[in-house]
Design a protein around this ligand. Sequence first.
Ligand code: IPD
Ligand code: CA
Ligand code: CA
Length: 266
Amino acid sequence: MTSHVVPGLEARFALAEAVAREAGAVALDYFKRRETLVIETKRDPQDVVSIADRDVENLIRARFNEAFPADGVLGEEYGLEEGTSGFTWVVDPIDGTSPFVNGMPNWCVSIGLLHDGVPVVGVISAPCHDELYAAAFGKGATLNGKKLSLDASRTIRNAVTGIGANNHVTPALVAGIVESLLEAGGNFIRNGSGALMLAYVAAGRLVGYYEPYMHAWDCMAGYCLVREAGGWYHPFPTVGEQLTKGAPVLAAAPGAIDDLRKLAGV
Ligand code: IPD
Ligand code: CA
Ligand code: CA
């Protein structure tokens, strides 16, 4: 992967940071007046969405379309618009919509960028915490400008692992994952935002994150952050239609890779 040359990365990275900040501010404004939002459900009553998600995604799409019209954009709310430049933006306007509409601060704006299938930019804005996570290929990862570097002595036994689940998978599968982690001497947390928990892996707060079925918009930014902080991720399929479908998501700090791959069976 170190040989992956990415012309045009700098300008896109700078734009991603600016757009994540702008989108984060718009989302935070909605969050502060969330009692006025009409909450709709998607797949089930736990899967919620509001005008905030759509407005924020529209804003992000407009900024990227304006600056880089040949780039593709995949967003959770409006799907895939193919490009011709080899770059595809992968956007979750609000990851953690359930915490968002229920008044909890665990949500974020997640902006990833793929170049020939590799996540080369990852920017996550967590406005309630005043945190901006940013990474670009070969340039390292930062949190509010401070370099992130993972500690190899942390394992699933001396640190906490993030676990996520949605109704694409069975209760029995989720229970089995939790059971295996506990049996191995670990423990888990789920805060309702998979993208934010991946950023926490990059920041060394969590030693890993596993969710058996998530989408590209949930993980691409986080994957770039984790890799650039010195961690590992299980590749997400990006070819053709696969990019819009769900797949297992796993990222880990160096000392947790083997245990979590065994647990996830990948
Ligand atoms: C969800 C969150 C949640 C994860 C789900 C995702 P959304 O995204 O990341 O933590 O468990 O699989 O769908 O709906 O809040 O954007
Ligand atoms: Ca999401
Ligand atoms: Ca979302």
